[in-house]
Design a protein around this ligand. Structure first.
Ligand code: SF4
Length: 482
């Protein structure tokens, strides 16, 4: 009842360039933020980076125009004055709880604090049913693991280790042909997923989609020495073929486990900014980065005028680059299709809705003094493979298909530092985005630790929520802003 009443107070057609303060106070759902909606800013309306107020929440405008939003989560609902409900939403908690974070745990709390609490603190998630996307999960594990194992074997390093000497910086420089590399990948695929060699119809379908092989072709290869060069198509074949073209960087590590520079568990310290010297956050983070790469410099892999010190979070456009090495962080995500118009969607989500890329970028910088992350992105592995990179253009100006299939500048019109003037802001937008995603993470972690577990139901989120049964609010949300 209360959620329904709160939802009904949301203005259906707000006015102004972006939502005003009282409209923002009515927000009850992450869906209202429309973080992923394509924007098309009306003429004369400044982008969020140049808008007087910041951060802003966008809205729809006539003629199919829309202003963009900047993430303001966590959405914390004020007390409603009913003791039992306020207590359940965490409004009277005295002691904070320590939570060890991972990116996926933070994503659950970002989606909905009640989901985070029910799933991770109360362990109330329903067991996964068979109608969930099993095929998608299997595909994801397979492409991810096969690529990592194949690259580590071919390039001569262990998963999680640093390929520091860079004798073999990428797959193409290993001196093996594509069919030879595909043969190694096929061996790993069959070890991870022996069912790929089964006869039934499901296996046959998956084998074709993943490897592009019939059972006869696979048996023939296995009946030989199981090592002969082979041509694969399907997802794995397309991924490896594209991989051979990524020659513009050196792979530093695959599956790098987050840790401090001394090898201790990773702590993300979000240092205060010039604008807010009192604000800082600190929280522990576990996880593994799919892939870390290094960019070549004029004479080797290091810049000559950098320092081996942790690169500051805040860098302005006129500042000298303080770094020794330039780093790329990529996450590999298996996607369906993609359908027409969906290419790049997963990358966009990772930048604007999730925090994993930003957290991993900063975790790497903190653990590796002198390293500056200058591009992050999602490698979308579907029917084909597309490597996308969001680029810090204050450092990287030229790049081609030897580094990425598409470079994006999605965050540049959206971000400046909190408190920075809107008149000609001096921050490097990529660094301002990085800082802001860390601040969002810090605020979510603080809210969770202090017991803020209010629901933020949304039509999209509740439908797939693994705790919707114990929650009971999945039908409360009636839609958001226009
Ligand atoms: S069903 Fe909806 S409101 Fe309830 S926990 Fe899940 S996402 Fe939150």
């Amino acid at each position: 009842m209360i959620m329904e009443e709160r939802s009904s107070r949301i203005p259906a057609m707000p006015e102004g360039d972006y939502l005003n303060d009282s409209e923002r106070a009515s927000l009850v759902s992450t869906e209202d933020l429309s973080l992923l909606n394509r924007w098309n800013i009306p003429e004369g309306v400044p982008t969020p980076r140049l808008y007087e107020r910041w951060p802003v929440i966008g809205r729809s405008h006539p003629k199919k125009k829309r202003t963009p939003s900047v993430d303001i989560r966590p959405i914390i609902l004020p007390p409603v004055g009913i003791a039992a409900i306020d207590k359940r939403n965490g409004h009277d908690q005295q002691e904070s709880t320590e939570i060890r974070w991972s990116a996926s745990r933070l994503h659950d709390w970002l989606d909905c604090p009640r989901k985070g609490w029910l799933k991770h603190q109360l362990k109330a998630a329903e067991p996964e049913s068979f109608d969930t996307d099993m095929d998608g999960k299997l595909r994801g594990i397979l492409v991810h693991d096969v690529l990592a194992l194949t690259m580590a074997e071919v390039m001569g390093f262990q998963l999680g280790d640093i390929n520091d000497h860079q004798k073999c910086p990428n797959l193409a420089s290993a001196g093996l042909s594509l069919p030879e590399i595909m043969s190694i990948a096929l061996r790993h695929a069959l070890q991870i997923a022996p069912w790929l060699a089964r006869e039934d119809a499901v296996a046959s379908h998956r084998r074709r989609r993943m490897l592009g092989l019939t059972l006869e072709e696979l048996n023939e290869w296995e009946d030989g020495d199981g090592e002969s060069p082979i041509i694969l198509s399907g997802r794995l074949g397309a991924m490896l073929t594209r991989e051979m073209g990524l020659t513009g960087s050196g792979v530093l590590s695959m599956e790098w486990e987050l840790k401090s520079s001394k090898g201790d568990p990773s702590i993300i310290n979000v240092e205060p900014s010039i604008e807010f010297p009192e604000d800082s956050w600190s929280f522990g983070l576990s996880g593994r980065i799919d892939r870390v790469e290094i960019l070549p410099q004029k004479d080797g892999w290091q810049r000559t005028d950098g320092k081996a010190e942790v690169v500051p979070l805040d860098i302005d456009k006129e500042d000298n680059d303080p770094s020794l090495r330039h780093i790329i962080i990529r996450e590999i995500k298996s996607i369906t299709g993609p359908d027409k118009g969906d290419s790049g969607k997963r990358h966009r989500k990772a930048l604007l809705q999730e925090v994993q890329l930003a957290l991993y970028a900063r975790a790497w910088e903190l653990a590796n003094p002198g390293d500056r992350v200058v591009a992050v992105g999602v490698s979308e592995v579907g029917e084909g493979t597309k490597h996308l990179l969001e680029v810090d253009t204050s450092v990287l100006s030229e790049f081609g298909e030897e580094l990425t299939d598409e470079s994006t500048e999605i965050v540049a019109p959206l971000h400046r530092r909190r408190g920075e003037s809107h008149k000609n802001p001096s921050s490097v937008p990529f660094r301002a985005w990085l800082r802001y995603r860390l601040e969002v993470s810090g605020r979510v972690a603080d809210a969770a630790s202090s017991g803020q577990v209010n629901p933020t139901p949304s039509a999209k989120m509740c439908g797939y929520c693994p705790v919707k049964m114990p929650c009971g609010l999945d039908s409360a949300f009636k839609g958001g802003f226009a």
